[in-house]
Design a protein around this ligand. Structure first.
Ligand SMILES: C[S@@+](CC[C@H](N)C(=O)[O-])C[C@H]1O[C@@H](n2cnc3c(N)ncnc32)[C@H](O)[C@@H]1O
Length: 234
């Protein structure tokens, strides 16, 4: 099994429904902050369930929700069928697009599931799709120093804030025995230092910098903005 098959199998990575709802609310609020006021065209790559995509879409001219897992796309298409400026697409659809239509490409909590070659391919695709003034936001990048213990502490803090602390404690025990842990051990996660992430983006000819806040609750993980190289305001 690879990561895409894992996500396609509708895994329960949230400790309970309150965690799932709080997670997507937190990611959407953070994303709206990066979308800003100019109503850009946005591509959310590896969007997952994107429960609050309709709220995000209100700040965009158009929001493309893209995920490799067919079951995730089917659920997104059902949930947002009534929202005129949301379109659900598969990663392979992007190959048929002409250059430059997207103002903001976000990939939150996705890079860790790509190997280096897939990350390079994705970056080449995103760069082609990016409008001249566009931005790529890569978020929830895990540095090698952030392991399961730091993630667990961040989850407990999030649980305390959002009212699912007991659920978080139970969930951590469950995760210890879960498929996720076994698959993480066998497939690995791509973890990058900030200078490594910046180096990869720069090798693609992008101008990049680390930004805060990270999307989501875990501020031990990192976020980066990249733009076409040579932009003075990057
Ligand atoms: C941890 S979830 C993140 C979901 C969402 N972005 C969030 O912040 O909650 C990872 C998502 O990335 C998707 N994914 C994994 N590999 C992918 C790939 N190569 N291309 C597109 N999506 C991918 C999975 O199907 C899954 O929905």
């Amino acid at each position: 099994m690879g990561w895409v098959e894992y996500w396609d199998d509708k895994p329960t990575i949230y400790v309970n429904d309150r965690h799932r709802v709080s997670h997507y609310r937190c990611v959407a609020d953070g994303l709206i902050g990066y979308v800003g006021a100019g109503r850009p065209v946005v591509l959310d790559y590896g969007c997952g369930e994107a429960l609050n995509a309709d709220d995000v879409a209100r700040h965009t001219r158009h929001l493309y929700l893209c995920d490799a897992a067919a079951s995730v796309r089917a659920e997104l298409a059902r949930r947002f069928a009534g929202v005129g400026n949301i379109t659900v697409i598969a990663p392979e659809d992007l190959a048929t697009w002409s250059a430059g239509p997207i103002d903001l490409i976000v990939a939150n909590s996705v890079v860790q599931y790509l190997d280096r070659a897939s990350l390079d391919d994705s970056l080449a695709t995103w760069q082609r799709l990016l409008s001249p003034d566009g931005r790529i936001l890569l978020a929830d990048i895990i540095p090698p120093t952030v392991g399961p213990l730091t993630d667990a502490t961040a989850l407990l803090r999030f649980g305390m804030r959002e009212g699912f602390l007991i659920g978080a404690l139970v969930g951590l025990v469950r995760t210890f025995f879960s498929d996720y842990r076994k698959i993480r051990a066998s497939l690995g996660l791509q973890q990058l230092e900030d200078h490594e992430m910046l180096g990869i983006l720069e090798r693609h000819g992008l101008t990049a910098r680390r930004v805060t806040p990270n999307l989501g609750h875990n501020q031990a993980r990192m976020a980066f903005i990249a733009t076409h190289g040579g932009r003075a305001d990057a």
